[in-house]
Write a protein of this length. Structure first.
Length: 256
């Protein structure tokens, strides 16, 4: 059987950034350079990633979701990971990232659509799978055996039946007021050496127990497998301090 990548030129990072440009959104270079490059550092043996858990904290409208979508597509297209999972407190949030973010990026780019165009008017030209059944919503590249992206509500059942997961994306971590979802989904990446859990959020409140727990671990640097990237004003700053606002908004002057 011919492998789906046989005869295909490798998809470069340039092509992935072209997809980002087509989304008509801008993200500050600092956020990409610091948050992405360091989060993807390799371990000392250059076998897997140095960090297994990545926590990104930044104010709203700074492009964190877009950056993560581009990274997810890179893992699916260039790394050909078997399974990536998108989660959120509410399934509708995870569905929005997939249906209104990832799908349009792939379908709107000529290179990306070579591996995902399931609704092409010409049946012979259709490629990939977009499964829309409630409770099993996902898409696949290439064929029914290609890389898959699956969405789940982040609860105590989130990790059930999942294995060999290369990437878990948790959107709006601040809405997690319990640890049940984390306990379930974080275990799905334990088997793969190159697996990561990405947690994206803006600031939470006292109810955001999971965010506060992970942030405290990151600040204390007690877990060498955790990477914390946070953009925020200095402790004790005034709420209307322009300098603090700029510190918390890396896209200020670029996308804001």
């Amino acid at each position: 059987m011919k492998h789906p990548d046989e005869g295909r030129q490798p998809l470069t990072r340039d092509a992935m950034y072209e997809a980002e440009k087509r989304a008509n959104q801008t993200t500050h270079d600092l956020m990409e350079a610091h948050g992405v490059v360091h989060a993807l550092e390799l371990d000392k043996d250059c076998v897997g990633f140095r960090f297994r858990t990545v926590l990104v904290l930044v104010a709203r409208q700074n492009g964190k979701t877009l950056v993560k979508m581009v990274l997810t597509l890179w893992r699916l297209y260039e790394c050909n990971v078997r399974l990536a999972v998108g989660t959120a407190q509410d399934l509708s949030q995870a569905k929005e990232v997939m249906n209104e973010g990832l799908i349009p990026l792939m379908r709107g780019h000529p290179r990306l659509s070579e591996r995902f165009d399931p609704d092409n008017r010409d049946p012979a030209a259709r490629v990939g799978v977009w499964h829309k059944t409630l409770g099993d919503e996902h898409f696949r590249l290439d064929s029914r055996a290609g890389p898959r992206y699956l969405i789940k509500a982040l609860n105590e059942k989130a990790g059930r039946g999942l294995w060999d997961v290369a990437e878990v994306n948790i959107d709006e971590l601040r809405t997690q007021w319990e640890f049940d979802g984390w306990a379930s989904i974080s275990k799905t990446v334990m088997a793969a050496e190159d697996a990561q859990v990405w947690c994206m959020s803006n600031a939470g409140d006292r109810r955001s127990v999971l965010l506060l727990q992970l942030r405290s671990i990151g600040l204390a640097a007690t877990d060498p497998t955790m990477f914390l990237a946070e953009w925020s004003g200095e402790d004790g700053c005034e709420l209307d301090d322009p300098k603090a606002s700029a510190q918390a908004n890396p896209s200020l002057g670029y996308g804001l």
